[in-house]
Design a protein. Structure first.
Length: 184
């Protein structure tokens, strides 16, 4: 039986692309033995087509009505924030440094492109992730250009009341992540 921190039933894990949020979220869900939803798997359909916002929100909303869950991902501009944050009793912010994020996202992207690893719904990392200067075509550029914005928006959430209803864990190093997970 998994040990559970008090009040830890509905957990959202957020952070920059490459910050380790999916790995952390999967581990939390496994240790708590609760359902897990990765927002990327809902958003990215076959051929990298985006699930339309109304359908995306319907899927997330239905999942978030459960009593226990872990949800991983951001998608604040597509309605996920409004559906997930108010229901969460725990928010885990994977806030590793830009160098850690970039090492992770570059290594992960190279591995996925070379091995043609299947991601969500059968999609694979596009080769444009290795050379396109467009952040919408290159996750490495996306992670670099969005890093400050993501950090600033979550920094604001810690002070603007958005997260006041939940326990918040800001994990800044891999060691803090390990220590947090070991407490579950």
């Amino acid at each position: 039986m998994a040990l559970r921190m008090p009040g830890m039933n509905r957990v959202v894990v957020v952070g920059s692309s490459g910050s380790g949020k999916t790995t952390v979220a999967r581990e939390i869900a496994a240790r708590l033995d609760v359902p897990f939803l990765e927002l990327d798997a809902v958003r990215h359909a076959d051929g990298w087509d985006s699930t339309p916002d109304p359908e995306f929100q319907r899927i997330i909303g239905r999942f978030a009505t459960q009593d226990q869950w872990v949800i991983d991902g951001n998608y604040t501009s597509h309605g996920a924030r409004d559906l997930v944050w108010p229901r969460a009793d725990t928010i885990v912010w994977s806030d590793t440094s830009r160098p850690v994020v970039m090492r992770s996202v570059i290594a992960r992207t190279l591995r996925r492109v070379v091995t043609r690893e299947k991601l969500w719904n059968g999609v694979t990392e596009p080769f444009t992730n290795l050379y396109s200067p467009d952040p919408y075509e290159n996750i490495i550029v996306w992670a670099w250009t969005r890093f400050d914005h993501v950090r600033d928006s979550y920094e604001a959430a810690t002070t603007d009341g958005s997260w006041d209803h939940a326990s918040v864990f800001r994990l800044r190093t891999r060691r803090e992540v390990r220590d947090f997970l070991s407490e579950l």
